[in-house]
Design a binder for this molecule. Sequence first.
Ligand SMILES: [Zn+2]
Length: 280
Amino acid sequence: MKIKFNIKHILLALILFTGMNNIYAFPAHQPVPGGTAVVELSSADTPQPVAFFKNQRVAVHKHDDAWYALIGLSLNTKPGEQTVRYQFDDKQFYQHTFTVKKKTYESQYLTVKNKRKVNPSEKDMKRILKEKEIKAAAKNTWTEQAISTEFIRPVEGRISSVFGLRRFFNNQARRPHSGLDIAAPEGTPIKAISDGKVIQTGDFFFSGNMVYLDHGQGVISLYAHMHKIHVKPGQLIRQGEIIGEVGETGRVTGPHLHLSLLLNRSAVDPEHWLPETKTQ
Ligand SMILES: [Zn+2]
């Protein structure tokens, strides 16, 4: 397809370029495994609905003239018809259906020098299992706090790995990539993508130094492989506040920030929520 540029396009590009820092995303409806389904529930003059997807609470957000459910679709969501149920004070249930489309993710082959990070020892496995519980507890956080959808990018840099890639470490199949990797030098400050509260911090076998932030309504961001952590559990964080530094701790091939975004306990592609990048 050939694209013709005219003066309008050039002007628009200029406006977009100069205003880039101010462009925020209300996530688009991306009904695919790993996407965010944006489903209109009711008009904005109703009370705030309480919504469920697969018996999990889902984030509800008022935007323009309506209440929307922002539903995280995990990578193993089956394509086909899905239902979001919601209710008001009268406890009666209403529902909307939406169709999840198929999406195929590419494969990625990575070579990790530290072989134990690919084939952990028995002692490592004990640690990994303990950490799994801590991670599950962090993921389960729910606070009624209203969310903002106006996220900022935590670090500016080259995207070294996109969300959803089917991964092979040293030629062995592992779980698909649950976040977005942004390459940056060690020590680069990491900004909180939105206001939130620190749920958990720690040094994890695979994720290295990691911070979980709760943004309300089951919307959680996670920052991994950090060089240094600058925050403590329970701490309230403003959007843009420095929570730590980029590093290469855990299972990595070089310094980068791994950012995950969790909605209703499901990791979704953070790119659907982030503003355009300035540098690409
Ligand atoms: Zn990653």
